[in-house]
Design a protein around this ligand. Structure first.
Ligand code: SAM
Length: 345
């Protein structure tokens, strides 16, 4: 019948063309459309935007039209001429100067993740990441490949940093972490989550444990001197000894690694952990029955093309934690992308 779902495959057509939407967003950000409109004191005409972003009139017109269709821009008519301005969300999230800007993440999605996803079919067939095909780099050492240049490393760190402006507070408040005063953020990267922790818990100190070159960059570009309760520890969490602490945070760490490597790391954490202490795992959790959430399902494919790991269910994390010695495992969902699992020693 004409009313059946099969009559017009809207969903499938949308999915087929989903990448057109992503690329429109990437391009508008790369050309600085939202920045230009934010810095101007008034809405701009097509001619003014084209000149400001140094692009063709015809191309700009189509780009602005698509952004309008995507609700990323507003249009008005003034004296018979169409003028463009940012929507509220665009000015908050798509301009570089905004404190909660997503432009760095969009840049990384455009320049790195998108290229890896070109080889998704191979990744699924082979069951492994596609760095060699996408970038010509061997990936035996995952983070050697991810950090194949200083520039790539900084871009990755910016990607990691930006989401915690949006989801960080929910993650650190999902459990009451106030009993834990000495905290190590293993693979703490740019320190965004460490900063959220010290803001939320006035008694705690957080040490960011990461690879030496990451620590160096984090010190230079991300963590300022006014973050007095945040400090650093250079090391390799697979090879070096872990300092003792009340709480270890592992945010988006286990999803990079196989079950074997995850248990190896968690067992080291368990041994270093003070009695009564714990480990907080922060990840995008999959539902037990595999039905969602879609973001986590897609992230798991992303882990396939980019890493050695995968996204897991709460039961799978519980099994990894239990196999490593942790007890009393509790799960808290935040309703945003990242959830938390707490294990105790
Ligand atoms: N926890 C951060 C977050 O959620 O924003 C960053 C997560 S990122 C996916 C993985 C982090 O683990 C990176 O900062 C990386 O440098 C660090 N890392 C990877 N291998 C490591 C190792 N062997 N020792 C210490 N840190 C490592």
């Amino acid at each position: 019948t004409t009313t059946s779902a099969a009559a017009y495959p809207r969903k499938i057509l949308d999915y087929m063309e989903g990448f057109l939407v992503s690329k429109t967003l990437f391009t508008a950000c790369e050309l600085g459309v939202f920045d230009l409109l934010a810095s101007s004191q008034r809405p701009l005409s097509l001619e003014e935007v084209a000149q400001g972003i140094r692009a063709s009139l015809d191309g700009t017109e189509r780009l602005l039209a698509a952004c309008t269709g995507l609700d990323l821009l507003n249009t008005h008519t003034l004296d018979g001429q169409v003028i463009y301005s940012n929507t509220e969300q665009s000015s908050v999230y798509l301009t570089q100067s905004s404190p909660v800007s997503l432009t760095q993440s969009i840049h990384y999605s455009s320049k790195t993740i998108y290229l890896c996803w070109h080889y998704l079919t191979d990744a699924v067939r082979e069951g492994s990441n596609q760095y060699e095909k996408a970038f010509g780099v061997k990936s035996e050492d995952l983070f050697e490949a991810l950090y194949r240049s200083e520039e790539e490393m900084v871009k990755f760190m910016q990607l990691m940093n930006s989401i915690w402006n949006i989801c960080g507070r929910d993650v650190v408040t999902a459990f009451n972490l106030s009993p834990f005063t000495t905290i190590y953020d293993l693979g703490g990267c740019s320190g965004a989550l460490a900063k959220q922790c010290v803001l939320t818990y006035p008694e705690c100190t957080v040490t960011i444990f990461d690879l030496p070159k990451v620590v160096k960059t984090s010190r230079e570009h991300f963590v300022t001197d006014d973050n007095q309760r945040v400090s650093f520890h250079e090391g390799d969490f697979f090879k070096d000894a872990l300092p003792d602490a009340d709480l270890y945070i592992l945010a988006r760490i286990l999803h990079d690694w196989t079950d074997e490597r995850s248990i190896e790391l968690l067992t080291k954490v368990y041994r270093a952990c003070r009695p009564g202490g714990g480990v907080l795992v922060v990840e995008a959790l999959l539902c037990e029955d595999g039905s969602g959430p879609l973001t986590a399902q897609l992230y798991s494919l992303n882990m396939l093309v980019q890493t050695e790991g995968k996204e897991r269910t709460a039961a799978e994390y519980t099994a990894l934690l239990t196999a490593s010695g942790f007890q009393n495992i509790q799960v808290e969902r935040t309703g945003k992308i990242y959830d938390t699992v707490l294990g105790r020693k």
